[in-house]
Design a protein around this ligand. Structure first.
Ligand SMILES: Cc1cc2nc3c(=O)[nH]c(=O)nc-3n(C[C@H](O)[C@H](O)[C@H](O)COP(=O)(O)O)c2cc1C
Length: 193
Protein backbone atom coordinates (compact mmCIF):
# COMPACT_ATOMS: atom_id res chain seq x y z
CA UNK A 1 0.00 0.00 0.00
CA UNK A 2 1.30 3.46 -0.92
CA UNK A 3 2.45 5.46 2.07
CA UNK A 4 1.37 9.10 2.13
CA UNK A 5 3.20 11.54 4.36
CA UNK A 6 1.22 14.70 5.11
CA UNK A 7 3.54 17.35 6.52
CA UNK A 8 1.52 20.08 8.19
CA UNK A 9 3.27 23.44 8.41
CA UNK A 10 1.08 25.46 10.76
CA UNK A 11 2.43 27.99 13.28
CA UNK A 12 -0.02 26.78 15.93
CA UNK A 13 -1.89 23.66 14.91
CA UNK A 14 -3.73 23.53 18.25
CA UNK A 15 -5.43 26.81 17.33
CA UNK A 16 -6.19 25.75 13.77
CA UNK A 17 -9.73 25.14 12.57
CA UNK A 18 -9.34 24.63 8.84
CA UNK A 19 -6.11 22.66 8.72
CA UNK A 20 -7.15 20.62 11.71
CA UNK A 21 -10.49 19.74 10.08
CA UNK A 22 -8.67 18.71 6.92
CA UNK A 23 -6.11 16.64 8.83
CA UNK A 24 -8.81 14.95 10.91
CA UNK A 25 -10.69 14.00 7.76
CA UNK A 26 -7.78 11.99 6.36
CA UNK A 27 -6.12 10.72 9.55
CA UNK A 28 -7.58 7.22 9.35
CA UNK A 29 -7.01 6.68 5.62
CA UNK A 30 -4.85 3.58 5.16
CA UNK A 31 -1.18 4.41 4.71
CA UNK A 32 -1.58 8.08 5.69
CA UNK A 33 0.68 9.69 8.29
CA UNK A 34 -0.01 13.29 9.31
CA UNK A 35 2.80 15.16 11.02
CA UNK A 36 2.61 18.60 12.67
CA UNK A 37 6.11 19.93 12.01
CA UNK A 38 5.89 23.08 14.17
CA UNK A 39 4.33 21.08 17.02
CA UNK A 40 7.25 18.64 16.91
CA UNK A 41 9.83 21.43 16.68
CA UNK A 42 8.50 24.47 18.56
CA UNK A 43 11.93 26.15 18.41
CA UNK A 44 12.46 25.27 14.73
CA UNK A 45 15.30 23.03 15.84
CA UNK A 46 14.61 20.29 13.32
CA UNK A 47 15.99 16.78 13.80
CA UNK A 48 17.23 16.29 10.26
CA UNK A 49 18.09 12.58 10.67
CA UNK A 50 14.54 11.88 11.69
CA UNK A 51 12.95 14.06 9.03
CA UNK A 52 15.07 12.73 6.17
CA UNK A 53 14.11 9.22 7.25
CA UNK A 54 10.44 10.19 7.42
CA UNK A 55 10.54 11.60 3.88
CA UNK A 56 12.40 8.65 2.41
CA UNK A 57 9.89 6.21 3.92
CA UNK A 58 7.01 7.88 2.06
CA UNK A 59 5.76 7.05 -1.42
CA UNK A 60 4.12 10.43 -1.85
CA UNK A 61 4.38 13.67 0.04
CA UNK A 62 1.77 16.29 0.89
CA UNK A 63 2.63 19.80 2.07
CA UNK A 64 -0.37 21.20 3.92
CA UNK A 65 -0.43 24.74 5.31
CA UNK A 66 -2.38 27.98 5.72
CA UNK A 67 -1.15 30.72 3.41
CA UNK A 68 0.32 33.60 5.41
CA UNK A 69 1.43 36.75 3.67
CA UNK A 70 1.36 34.97 0.34
CA UNK A 71 3.73 32.24 1.42
CA UNK A 72 3.94 29.16 3.59
CA UNK A 73 4.44 29.84 7.33
CA UNK A 74 8.04 30.30 8.58
CA UNK A 75 8.36 26.69 9.82
CA UNK A 76 8.21 25.60 6.18
CA UNK A 77 11.27 27.68 5.32
CA UNK A 78 13.08 26.31 8.39
CA UNK A 79 12.20 22.76 7.35
CA UNK A 80 13.40 23.34 3.78
CA UNK A 81 16.63 24.92 4.97
CA UNK A 82 17.34 22.01 7.28
CA UNK A 83 15.99 18.99 5.41
CA UNK A 84 16.08 19.77 1.70
CA UNK A 85 19.45 21.53 1.91
CA UNK A 86 20.95 18.48 3.54
CA UNK A 87 19.33 16.06 1.09
CA UNK A 88 20.05 17.94 -2.12
CA UNK A 89 23.20 19.96 -1.44
CA UNK A 90 25.09 17.95 1.16
CA UNK A 91 24.10 14.32 0.85
CA UNK A 92 22.59 14.07 -2.62
CA UNK A 93 23.82 10.59 -3.54
CA UNK A 94 22.48 8.87 -0.41
CA UNK A 95 19.43 11.00 0.29
CA UNK A 96 18.23 13.57 -2.28
CA UNK A 97 18.55 11.15 -5.19
CA UNK A 98 16.29 8.68 -3.35
CA UNK A 99 13.51 11.24 -3.06
CA UNK A 100 13.38 11.94 -6.78
CA UNK A 101 10.30 10.81 -8.66
CA UNK A 102 7.96 10.89 -5.67
CA UNK A 103 4.71 12.82 -6.18
CA UNK A 104 4.23 16.06 -4.27
CA UNK A 105 0.77 17.38 -3.47
CA UNK A 106 -0.04 20.79 -2.06
CA UNK A 107 -3.00 21.47 0.23
CA UNK A 108 -3.39 25.14 1.08
CA UNK A 109 -5.99 27.06 3.06
CA UNK A 110 -6.54 30.76 2.45
CA UNK A 111 -8.53 33.38 4.30
CA UNK A 112 -9.45 35.29 1.19
CA UNK A 113 -11.96 34.46 -1.54
CA UNK A 114 -11.09 32.74 -4.81
CA UNK A 115 -12.13 35.92 -6.63
CA UNK A 116 -9.48 37.94 -4.74
CA UNK A 117 -6.90 35.69 -6.40
CA UNK A 118 -7.51 37.02 -9.90
CA UNK A 119 -5.81 39.73 -11.97
CA UNK A 120 -8.55 42.22 -11.06
CA UNK A 121 -8.69 41.09 -7.42
CA UNK A 122 -6.82 42.34 -4.38
CA UNK A 123 -4.24 39.56 -4.62
CA UNK A 124 -3.56 40.15 -8.34
CA UNK A 125 -2.98 36.57 -9.43
CA UNK A 126 -4.11 32.98 -8.87
CA UNK A 127 -2.94 31.34 -5.67
CA UNK A 128 -1.26 28.66 -7.73
CA UNK A 129 0.92 31.34 -9.34
CA UNK A 130 1.79 32.85 -5.95
CA UNK A 131 2.99 29.39 -4.94
CA UNK A 132 5.29 29.05 -7.95
CA UNK A 133 8.44 28.98 -5.75
CA UNK A 134 7.19 25.65 -4.40
CA UNK A 135 6.74 24.37 -7.91
CA UNK A 136 10.32 25.37 -8.70
CA UNK A 137 11.48 23.61 -5.52
CA UNK A 138 9.59 20.47 -6.56
CA UNK A 139 11.24 20.60 -9.95
CA UNK A 140 14.69 21.14 -8.41
CA UNK A 141 14.16 18.15 -6.14
CA UNK A 142 12.75 15.92 -8.90
CA UNK A 143 9.34 15.67 -7.23
CA UNK A 144 6.27 15.19 -9.43
CA UNK A 145 4.10 18.29 -9.29
CA UNK A 146 0.32 17.90 -9.06
CA UNK A 147 -2.47 20.43 -9.20
CA UNK A 148 -2.93 21.83 -5.68
CA UNK A 149 -6.00 21.48 -3.47
CA UNK A 150 -7.13 24.91 -2.22
CA UNK A 151 -9.65 25.86 0.43
CA UNK A 152 -10.64 29.53 0.24
CA UNK A 153 -12.46 31.59 2.88
CA UNK A 154 -11.09 29.15 5.42
CA UNK A 155 -11.20 31.61 8.31
CA UNK A 156 -14.92 32.32 8.21
CA UNK A 157 -16.07 28.83 7.27
CA UNK A 158 -18.54 27.11 9.54
CA UNK A 159 -17.65 23.75 11.07
CA UNK A 160 -19.89 21.85 8.66
CA UNK A 161 -18.29 23.61 5.68
CA UNK A 162 -14.85 22.60 6.91
CA UNK A 163 -16.08 19.06 7.41
CA UNK A 164 -17.32 18.95 3.84
CA UNK A 165 -13.96 20.30 2.62
CA UNK A 166 -12.42 17.46 4.64
CA UNK A 167 -14.56 14.89 2.84
CA UNK A 168 -13.46 16.26 -0.53
CA UNK A 169 -9.84 16.22 0.61
CA UNK A 170 -10.21 12.62 1.76
CA UNK A 171 -11.78 11.54 -1.52
CA UNK A 172 -9.15 13.44 -3.47
CA UNK A 173 -6.31 11.72 -1.60
CA UNK A 174 -8.04 8.38 -1.77
CA UNK A 175 -8.61 8.64 -5.53
CA UNK A 176 -5.16 9.89 -6.19
CA UNK A 177 -3.24 6.68 -6.47
CA UNK A 178 -3.20 7.58 -10.14
CA UNK A 179 -1.47 10.76 -9.09
CA UNK A 180 -0.96 12.29 -12.48
CA UNK A 181 -4.69 12.40 -13.15
CA UNK A 182 -5.20 15.84 -11.62
CA UNK A 183 -5.23 18.05 -14.67
CA UNK A 184 -7.34 20.83 -13.17
CA UNK A 185 -6.80 22.67 -9.90
CA UNK A 186 -9.17 21.59 -7.17
CA UNK A 187 -10.82 24.58 -5.64
CA UNK A 188 -13.17 24.81 -2.74
CA UNK A 189 -14.83 28.11 -2.02
CA UNK A 190 -16.69 28.43 1.21
CA UNK A 191 -19.97 30.21 0.68
CA UNK A 192 -20.25 31.98 3.96
CA UNK A 193 -23.71 33.23 4.81
C1 LIG B 1 -0.23 36.24 9.77
C2 LIG B 1 -1.32 35.81 8.81
C3 LIG B 1 -1.16 36.07 7.46
C4 LIG B 1 -2.17 35.67 6.56
N1 LIG B 1 -1.99 35.93 5.23
C5 LIG B 1 -2.94 35.51 4.34
C6 LIG B 1 -2.74 35.72 2.94
O1 LIG B 1 -1.72 36.20 2.48
N2 LIG B 1 -3.74 35.34 2.11
C7 LIG B 1 -4.92 34.76 2.56
O2 LIG B 1 -5.79 34.45 1.74
N3 LIG B 1 -5.10 34.53 3.89
C8 LIG B 1 -4.14 34.89 4.77
N4 LIG B 1 -4.30 34.63 6.10
C9 LIG B 1 -5.46 33.82 6.54
C10 LIG B 1 -5.06 32.36 6.75
O3 LIG B 1 -4.64 31.75 5.56
C11 LIG B 1 -6.22 31.57 7.37
O4 LIG B 1 -6.46 32.12 8.64
C12 LIG B 1 -5.93 30.10 7.48
O5 LIG B 1 -5.85 29.52 6.19
C13 LIG B 1 -6.99 29.39 8.29
O6 LIG B 1 -6.53 28.08 8.56
P1 LIG B 1 -6.42 27.51 10.07
O7 LIG B 1 -7.79 27.55 10.68
O8 LIG B 1 -5.88 26.13 9.90
O9 LIG B 1 -5.44 28.39 10.82
C14 LIG B 1 -3.33 35.02 7.03
C15 LIG B 1 -3.46 34.76 8.40
C16 LIG B 1 -2.47 35.15 9.29
C17 LIG B 1 -2.65 34.85 10.77
Amino acid sequence: MAKTLVLIFHPDFNQSRANKALANAIADLPGVETFDVQGAYPDNNIDTDREVERLLAADRIVFQFPIQWYAAPPIFQAWQNAVLTRMFYINYENEGRLLEGKPLLLVVTAGNTASAYRPAGANMMPLEEILNPLRVTANRCGLQWNKPFFVYEAMKARDEQLQSAGVRYRNWLDETDALRSHEQPLLISMAVS
